[in-house]
Write a protein that binds this ligand. Structure first.
Ligand SMILES: Nc1nc2c(c(=O)[nH]1)N[C@H]1C(S)=C(S)[C@@H](COP(=O)(O)OP(=O)(O)OC[C@H]3O[C@@H](n4cnc5c(=O)[nH]c(N)nc54)[C@H](O)[C@@H]3O)O[C@H]1N2
Ligand SMILES: Nc1nc2c(c(=O)[nH]1)N[C@H]1C(S)=C(S)[C@@H](COP(=O)(O)OP(=O)(O)OC[C@H]3O[C@@H](n4cnc5c(=O)[nH]c(N)nc54)[C@H](O)[C@@H]3O)O[C@H]1N2
Ligand SMILES: [Mo]
Length: 794
């Protein structure tokens, strides 16, 4: 795992937003997409806090902001790189925090180089980096060499300073298209939170991540927050506003292809992961909390395979799928398109509307032999073969099965929100017709599969036969599932008190270590906790269960100084109590509670990270420091180097991902959400009242572009890209403005992606336009920046 701060979750939490002094909202539009956040931001504003909105389009969030800064889609690293430089040049960073709680003082190896957009170790043929030269020089005991004065030319601080020298205000704003005045106002206001006694939060979502540089966008946030000393403090942090109601829970439970539950890495490498011993040796860091990883993995295997998993058989580690393939959405659909997949389950997903280059993804579905759709409605995806969908059913051989699913109100279970809170929800009404809860569907399915394979001894059958699956035959008992996730002491049969009790010898079981402790032997399922009393500092410790260990603010040890005293009275969370000899305060300490500041490692607050400090310099697939690259399709050449596209991005060539050139497609386009619709629209375009509120597909066009093209408000227009064309109503608006980018006028448009042909509110699908290319670390598609053209539809 990359030693970064802030994962795909909030480091802090929704109600903590009330504690902030400045909220930088960049790459997200919470007023419309996460409206509850404004309950807390409004409280912060009443205390005098400032809101900054950085978005290519003036949104409802921007309308509530003190400063709005416009930027061209896909240029956030330029924007943040300039802010990092601003903070360093003007010495606005929190010096004590930077020196002691980050790797600013670490000495980087002599071989490290950065030259014209490329870091040392790049292999052009594979588009991959060898990271060896990005390592730190080490002392004899293996710890990094340091220069606490931050003067050494190869210390991280100086390397960063040099790296961002090129990100001066003129260059940055010529790339982003932001007015210099707005840009400086944002930098000045946000960097004011580097002062002791102040804290600033960064709130982001898909405007940040849906780029070929999405992960590095988040890294740039990490760097500025570490420089300003904002990580671990109330009102601080990096706060990923998650999307689907349970997307947090589903990633926690390994919906992503490259992880096991609780963010334990999948075994992928042939040699390093060939058996449990090899995996443990290569994947267990010598220090930091991840040094417990073998306990998490073995306990997970015990929960899957029960008594069949023994020390002698490596706890059946061998049954975990292995292989170094990228099974992201983009790659799965490419495989489907190429005919490499026989069948697929669409479990609550509608890719014909929501997938990148959706026209091609629709074609790809036609290459399947069978497709199972589990959904509340028949969607554009499960009905992709119909004439109505523009298909010729006589040419499609895919057999489609539809399983009606129960909606969230018709079943019980938990969802985990962005704050990492696991909240139980109870059933309100019985499911309609034949629809079943997903858990029921999975249970039936798994029992059938086990029955099918029970007499087989093939490699595919073995893990299925070994799996313990005993939640009940007709109706699974959800309480048993909850308890399995929490985990048991197998010797006593008692529920575990938390992940601290997990062992790697096969005597404990837990389905997901980060949730261990939510259902202890004493007391009840803590995700059902509903005490809405503020237990101090804006935390509500008795409302739901927050992973890990009911902790609300991650890295909260960093809110106190080297001696364990809060940096300021206003921003205290936990502190060292010299009488009780323990960390106490408003939150569950993100630290060993009895480890004194003077103990070995007692002032290393980032316990998940090997070195115990925040990573300003940290290895990602495209380098140790965020560097600006242009999107896959861009209107200008990269002003920072001669490397145009993120050099570590996997390029998908062929007709699945045609690339548009500036001469044909000179306009920058982005896609986003509206309050009135939800995602691919199945949930909202099937509701009359929401359909009436936003009834048609539309595209937002600036007054200037409308004038140039002779387009009036409500005219039908055609938006085209190298991938396809769609028709939409023009919404001529002041919310977009043309940019001046490197001296050249560039138009920018935007549109929602909620539409399809089903339901009451129908319209063309924006994703027929979007490219099929993803970020270099996560492969999230670049939905937010591409090139198009616009013309009247007559
Ligand atoms: N009503 C409603 N709420 C939702 C959803 C919904 O469909 N409807 N979906 C949910 C889901 S799954 C998710 S993931 C979240 C998404 O939440 P958000 O990320 O807030 O959603 P978007 O509207 O896609 O994008 C946010 C903003 O990013 C801006 N943007 C585009 N490109 C860039 C860029 O390069 N840089 C910057 N700084 N900004 C850019 C867009 O103009 C847009 O205003 O919302 C969730 N909430
Ligand atoms: N251009 C563009 N495209 C995007 C984005 C963007 O910003 N721009 N955002 C992307 C993002 S962030 C996301 S999350 C994806 C979402 O993409 P999808 O997940 O494909 O879209 P949804 O509409 O959320 O699909 C959910 C489906 O689940 C069904 N459903 C609802 N509740 C249940 C249930 O309890 N059980 C089952 N089985 N089904 C249920 C709904 O009816 C719906 O059809 O889209 C992505 N696509
Ligand atoms: Mo999402």
């Amino acid at each position: 795992m990359a030693p970064t701060v802030g994962r795909g979750a909030m480091t802090n939490h929704w109600s903590d937003l009330q504690n902030t002094d400045v909220a930088l909202i960049m790459g997200g539009n919470p007023a419309e997409n996460h409206p509850i956040s404004f309950r807390w931001l409004t409280k912060a504003k009443e205390r005098g806090a400032k809101i900054l909105s950085v978005d290519p389009r003036f949104t409802r969030t921007s309308s509530k902001a003190d400063v709005y800064a416009q930027l061209r889609s896909g240029t956030d690293i330029a924007f943040m790189g300039g802010m990092i430089k601003y903070a360093m040049d003007n010495e606005l960073y929190h010096k004590d925090y930077v020196v002691n709680y980050t790797n600013a003082s670490f000495i980087v190896k002599e071989d490290y180089k950065f030259d014209d957009g490329l870091f040392s170790g790049y292999d052009e043929a594979t588009r991959k980096y060898d990271r060896a030269s990005w390592a730190f020089e080490t002392n004899e005991d293996g710890t990094p060499k340091e220069d606490k004065t931050l003067q050494h030319p190869r210390c991280v601080f100086q390397i960063m300073k040099k790296h961002y020298e090129r990100y001066d205000v003129d260059t940055v704003t010529s790339v982003t298209g932001t007015s210099k005045e707005d840009y400086l106002k944002v930098c000045e206001t946000f960097c004011s939170t580097g002062q002791v006694g102040k804290s600033g939060t960064i709130m982001y979502a898909m405007g940040t991540t849906q780029h070929t540089v999405g992960s590095e966008n988040v890294r740039a946030f990490g760097i500025i927050q570490l420089l300003l000393g904002n990580i671990g403090l109330p009102g601080g942090g990096i706060n990923a506003m998650r999307g689907e109601s349970n997307v947090q829970g589903s990633t926690d439970f390994a919906l992503l292809y490259h992880i096991l539950p609780g963010y334990v890495g999948m075994p992928v490498a042939k040699d390093q992961h060939k058996d449990l011993a090899a995996y443990n040796e290569n994947e267990t860091p010598p220090s930091g909390y991840w040094s417990n990883k073998p306990k998490f993995l073995v306990s997970m295997l015990k929960s899957w395979y029960g008594d069949r998993a023994t020390k002698d058989n490596d706890f059946l580690y061998d049954y975990l799928p292995k292989g170094n393939k990228n099974y992201s959405h983009i790659n799965l659909f490419k495989a489907m398109y190429n005919g490499d997949l026989e069948g697929a389950f669409l479990f609550g997903t509608n890719p014909v509307v929501g997938g990148p280059n959706a026209g091609k993804e629709k074609e790809a579905l036609g290459n399947l032999k069978w497709l199972v759709a589990v959904d509340l409605w028949e969607t554009e995806s499960s009905a992709f073969w119909q004439k109505e969908a523009g298909s010729d059913p006589s040419t499609i051989g895919t057999e489609v099965f539809f399983l009606p699913a129960a909606s969230s109100y018709e079943k019980e279970g938990s969802v985990s929100n962005s704050s990492r809170w696991m909240q139980y929800r109870w059933k309100a009404i019985d499911p309609k017709g034949q629809s079943l809860a997903d858990l029921e569907i999975i249970n039936h399915l798994m029992l059938e599969i086990k029955d099918l394979y029970k007499n087989e001894n093939t490699p595919a059958a073995k893990p299925i036969n070994a799996l313990t699956w005993d939640y009940g035959k007709d109706h699974p008992d959800i309480d048993l599932v909850c308890k399995e996730i929490n985990g048991y002491d197998l010797a006593t049969g008692k529920l575990l008190p938390g992940f601290g009790a997990l062992k790697d010898d096969g005597t404990t079981a837990s389905g997901n270590w980060i949730y261990s402790g939510f259902y202890p032997e004493e007391g009840k399922n803590r995700s059902k906790n509903r005490d809405n009393k503020d237990t101090g500092g804006g935390n509500f410790l008795n409302w739901s269960f927050a992973w890990p260990a009911n902790r609300r603010i991650l890295y909260n040890r960093a809110s106190a100084d080297l001696n364990g005293k809060p940096w300021s009275e206003d921003k205290k969370v936990i502190w060292w109590d010299t009488v009780q000899k323990s960390w106490v305060g408003y939150d569950v300490p993100d630290f060993v509670p009895t480890k004194a500041p003077s103990d070995e490692g007692g002032n290393k607050p980032f316990i998940m990270i090997k070195d115990g400090v925040g990573g300003l310099f940290a290895g990602m697939n495209e380098g140790p420091l965020p560097e600006h690259y242009e999107p896959f399709e861009s209107p200008v050449a990269n002003a920072f180097s001669s490397v145009e596209l993120n050099p570590a991005v996997e390029i998908h060539e062929g007709d699945f991902n045609l690339k548009g050139e500036y001469k044909d497609f000179p306009i920058v386009a982005t896609t986003y959400r509206v309050s009135e619709h939800w995602q691919s629209g199945s949930m909202t375009r099937n509701q009359e009242w929401l359909s009436e509120l936003v009834g048609h597909m539309f595209v937002e066009i600036s007054e200037e572009l409308a004038k140039e093209k002779g387009i009036k408000n409500k005219d039908m227009v055609i938006v085209s890209t190298a991938r396809g064309e769609i028709e939409a109503h023009a919404m001529v608006t002041k919310r977009f403005k043309p940019y001046t980018i490197q001296g050249q006028k560039v138009h920018h448009i935007g549109m929602p992606w909620h539409f399809g042909y089903k339901g009451f509110a129908t319209g063309d699908t924006a994703n027929r336009l979007t490219p099929h290319i993803g970020d270099a670390n996560t492969t999230i598609p670049e939905y937010k920046a591409f090139l198009c053209n616009v013309r009247r539809a007559d």
